[in-house]
Structure formats: C-alpha cells, structure tokens
Design a protein around this ligand. Structure first.
Ligand code: UDP
Length: 375
C-alpha cells in the first residue's frame, strides 16, 4: 500500500531514501531547513569566477563499494580524481598521507621502502602496547617528530583538543605508506561529479513521487501527518536537547579570490599550531577538466559548534557518547521514525557510507512493508 513518507534533510542520506521509496511507489515529502538541497555536500558556481565551489568545504567522493559506486553513476558522470594532499610545516612542503616522499624529505634521506619501514619502526614508540588515544597511535606508528609535524598541531586546531584526549580511530583514517603512493585515499574508486554534488542530489530527488520543501524546519508535531519519518537532522535536536547538547565542531571559511593559480593544488594542510587555519582548499583544482583564469580559495578554521552554527564533525568524547546512548534509547521508543546519516546517528560518515546506509534503511523499510512488521 502506498504510504506517506516524510524525509527530514536533503543531503545524501535523505535524498537516497526518498528516491528508493518513491521508486517503490510511496509518496515522499523532503524537508530541509536551508534554502538549498545537498546538505554539507552542497556545491554551487561562484558568480564572480564561475568556479564550482564546495560551499561547506571540500568533498571528494571515494568508495570501494561497487554497488554504491554504480549507484551514484546513474545521477552524474563522476570524473576520476585523485586527491593528493600536501602539508606545510615549518616553512617546508611535504606530501600526505605520510609516504616515502614525506619520510625522505623530512629526514633528508633517500631510503628504500624496506629501509624506511625499518627506520620508522625504530623511531616509533613501541612501549605503547595497545594504543587507545590519537597521540598513542601516532607515537607508536610514526614517532614523535612526524607526529608533531603532521598530526599534533593540525589535530589540536581541528578538534580543539589535545590528541591525548581523542580516539585512535580518528587517525586510523590515514594510512602510512612505504612507497611513493600519495593518493590520500586507498579506495578502489574516486571521482568528482562533473556537475557538482548538488546536481547529483537534484537528480536523485528528481522523481514525480518526491516533493521538496526548502526553508522548512520539520517539527515533531508534523510527524503525525505521515506514516513514517526518516530524520537526518541532529538526533539531539529532535528531542529538543532534553538530555543536553552533543558536541560538534563547526568550520568557518575565509574566502578569497585571486588571479591565476594560488597554491597549485586542491588541498594544502598546515601542521603548525601557530597558523590559525587547518587547511586551504583551492576549488578549481577539484575540477581539473575546467579552465579558469581566476581562482577561489577557502581558508578553513575549525571551532566549537555553538547553538546556531552548522554542525560538521561529531566530537564523540566520552560525555558525548553517554549522551548519545540516552538519545538512542529515546529513539528506540519512537514509533515510525528512523534516524539516519551523520547527524541522525552522530557519527563521522564519509559520503559513500551515508549512501550505503541510506540504501539499507530504505530496503529495511520496504521489506517491513512486505512482511507487515513495524520498523
Ligand atoms: N589529520 C592530521 N593532519 C593532517 C590531516 C589529518 O592530523 O594533515 C588528522 C586530523 O585529526 C583529522 C583526521 O586526521 O581530523 C582525519 O583526517 P581527514 O583528512 O580524513 O579529515 P577530513 O578531511 O574528513 O576533515
């Protein structure tokens, strides 16, 4: 039977669920409080330069999941793109993630892969047995000097916390390589949509069973008018912050326009703590197939997310996790609501993971309709 579905949030999670349910014949209304779709993946052309801006900071699509990769191809052409990040520390430029080029440049050596591995092992702090914190993980795997150059300052700026207070998991996102492979991601597929992420999401939402309501904050009372709600907003906001606020980092961008090429690369990180920004992204380099004489850069500053700021990174400290578990308990008691996505589940999710989970949430719903079970 055809159901009336409300989806809160028009980012990847909401859009994918909306599409899957509309494909199955349900009637879907997507609400977003902002004046655009796409969530934090939103892209738009800069009026002054015509460059495609990643409005909420750089997004590079990468995944090893064949299904997700094939799924997104239906909605735009993804042009192969390899993210090759640089890092500046004490006035010198290095290659990231830490690879043989980084190690040799940093120590002024010409080590082979095997020699580099032995060398890094010899400087790694092996007294740290079972690393729990970001700092322990870094000290064990790359030693004090590389940790201080590439991770310590950046991470303090990014998270507003000392790496000894952060989980080792954050660092596990980054590999250390003993060859010259400077591809930031290890995923099987990487690409940037030719027409930007907002166009991808627009195409996902382009279905006659889907209605989109922008500038519309969905209120709890409105849920009564629907058979089911998929909510990708902040889980604590849904419960009116009854247990307290979950901690997030937000980002500020100082945007500058220049002639020509500003930094010669899409992303350059800054390892020194004294440099106030974490990184500079130069957006035309995310679309190397386009030609632009001018350029636009984003200097990125991270800070604590306050009440009216846009949440970016869930901090997930112990206190946050305790709060989260209370919200998850409350969520379990809610009938007919599914919490999805980065904000709905309070996790640091890459785009491809959000999509995979959204496909799964839609499947669960559709199966529950067939079996008559409640979700
Ligand atoms: N990180 C770092 N130095 C860098 C880049 C990253 O210390 O030059 C740490 C930082 O704590 C960051 C984490 O590694 O939050 C994950 O980095 P990633 O590049 O995946 O972060 P994102 O692009 O998602 O912000």
């Amino acid at each position: 039977m055809k159901k009336n579905i409300s989806i809160v949030g028009a980012g990847f999670s909401g859009a994918v669920i909306a599409r899957e349910l509309a494909n199955a014949g349900h009637k879907v209304v997507v609400y977003d409080s902002r004046d655009h779709i796409g969530g934090n993946c939103h892209t738009e052309r800069d009026l002054a330069t015509d460059i495609m801006m990643h409005v909420y900071g750089p997004h590079i699509f990468h995944t090893s999941n064949d299904y997700v990769w094939n799924y997104v191809q239906q909605f735009d052409e993804f042009i192969p793109y390899i993210n090759r990040v640089k890092s500046i520390y004490n006035g010198r430029v290095y290659s990231l993630p830490i690879n043989l080029m980084t190690i040799n440049a940093f120590y002024g050596k010409t080590l082979s892969p095997k020699e580099a591995q032995e060398y890094i092992q010899s400087i790694g702090d092996r007294t740290v047995e079972n690393p729990q914190t970001f700092e322990e993980q870094a000290l064990r795997f790359v030693g004090k000097e590389l940790y201080e150059a590439f991770f310590k300052g950046y991470t303090k700026k990014q998270w507003g916390l000392h790496p000894s207070e952060l989980s080792a998991n954050i660092l596990k996102r980054l590999p250390v390589r003993f060859n010259y492979d400077d591809n930031y991601y290890s995923s099987k597929y990487q690409g940037i949509p030719r027409n930007g992420y907002t166009q991808v999401i627009q195409n996902i939402l382009d279905h006659r069973g889907i209605e989109i309501k922008l500038n519309s904050t969905f209120l709890r009372d409105q849920a009564e008018g629907f058979d089911h709600v998929f909510y990708s907003g902040p889980i604590d906001a849904w419960f009116n912050y009854s247990e307290g606020r979950l901690g997030y980092r937000t980002l500020d961008f100082i945007i500058e326009r220049h002639e020509g090429d500003y930094q010669g690369n899409a992303v350059i990180n800054y390892g020194n703590e004294e440099v106030p920004w974490t990184r500079i992204s130069e957006h035309k380099h995310f679309a190397p197939w386009e030609n632009h004489e001018k350029t636009i850069i984003y200097k990125e500053y991270s800070r604590q997310c306050l009440v009216n700021d846009i949440p970016y990174y869930p901090i997930r400290l112990i206190g946050d996790k305790t709060l989260l578990s209370r919200y998850v308990q409350k969520a379990k008691n809610e009938k007919k609501i599914t919490f999805v996505g980065r904000l709905g589940t309070y996790r640091y999710l890459d785009m491809h993971v959000s999509i995979a989970e959204a496909l799964n949430a839609a499947d669960c719903f559709l199966n529950s309709q067939e079996t008559g079970e409640e979700m």
